[in-house]
Write a protein that binds this ligand. Sequence first.
Ligand SMILES: *Cc1c(COP(=O)(O)O)cnc(C)c1O
Length: 366
Amino acid sequence: MPTPLALNPALETIPNYQPGRPIEEVARELGLPASAIIKLASNENPLGPSRLALAAMRRALTHANLYPDGNAFYLKQKLAGKLGVTPANLILGNGSNEIIEFIGHALLASDAEVVVSQYCFAVYPIVTSLFNAKLVSVPALNYGHDLDAMLAAITSRTRIVFVANPNNPTGTHVDRDALLRFVNAVPENVLVALDEAYIEFLDLPLDLVSEIVAGLRPNVLLMRTFSKVYGLAGLRLGYGIGHPDLIAALEKIRQPFNINALSQAGAIGALDDTAHVEKTQRNNARGLRLFVRTFRHLKLEFIPSAANFILVRVGDGARVFTAMQKLGVVTRPMGGYALPEWIRISIGTPKENRRGLEALKQALAN
Ligand SMILES: *Cc1c(COP(=O)(O)O)cnc(C)c1O
């Protein structure tokens, strides 16, 4: 029976976000122990969380009966110090996904347009639809952002333009100078939402933080996360860096206790563990090189990646995904991104990478 409720009509067209499949789910399905499965599907940190984060969370558990600090005072202090911003420049989200939703609440209505690049992160179209706004998807250039075309797509109705740098799912990144010219050229009444979930994997990223602190970028929001390089995806913690006026608006939308106490403690611990971040970056660079070498050897087309995953063209992506999964290696099929011939593989530990590539070779041979 159809629901008698007068649901938001936008919900009819919104797809469900398809996450990477959890290890336990795949293990149950295959009748294998969880230890037999490796997940290279969600761009998580293969080295695990920082030990400092774990220790801080263990200490925080004792106080789980108490509500968290709704303003996350200590975490904001610590993060502000690390970034060279003030706490008034920071908004915390339950994952940076929640920050994407905050900006939807703050800026979108049914007459609004949102400019994205083809092959953009799946959450941007979902949030755009949720607010009945119109998605303007600009054809990709070599699978990445065509910044000039995106600029040209901005109209008087545009409220947000999303640029993920590096981009998920393609791993592409935009040139520093081109990005700066783009940010300079976007009209002041349009928010540039710069999604920097993978920024820590870029060698020389454009750094707009000091200009934001100086109050020079009222229409820019940098979005970052503890889910990727920091290895804390399970905690759900992301943050935005922006002008205090923008942040104050987003703070009104945020629910009081959106960041739980364990996340706050874990993130403070993780911020101290620069060795873990560096180790993660080194492991990633090395893993990426192995994937590139092997893809070249196998004559597989791939998209050069600046992130912690790589997109490779395998023919029938759904088939190869399933075949690899049967071998205990979970990757990400890309049909949902209109890239059905490709799969996305996250960089793992050296051992996981070898096993992932072995499974890929077997899957392709069948
Ligand atoms: C992973 C990812 C995020 C962050 O996700 P959270 O876990 O919600 O912080 C944001 N944007 C992109 C492009 C991502 O790939």
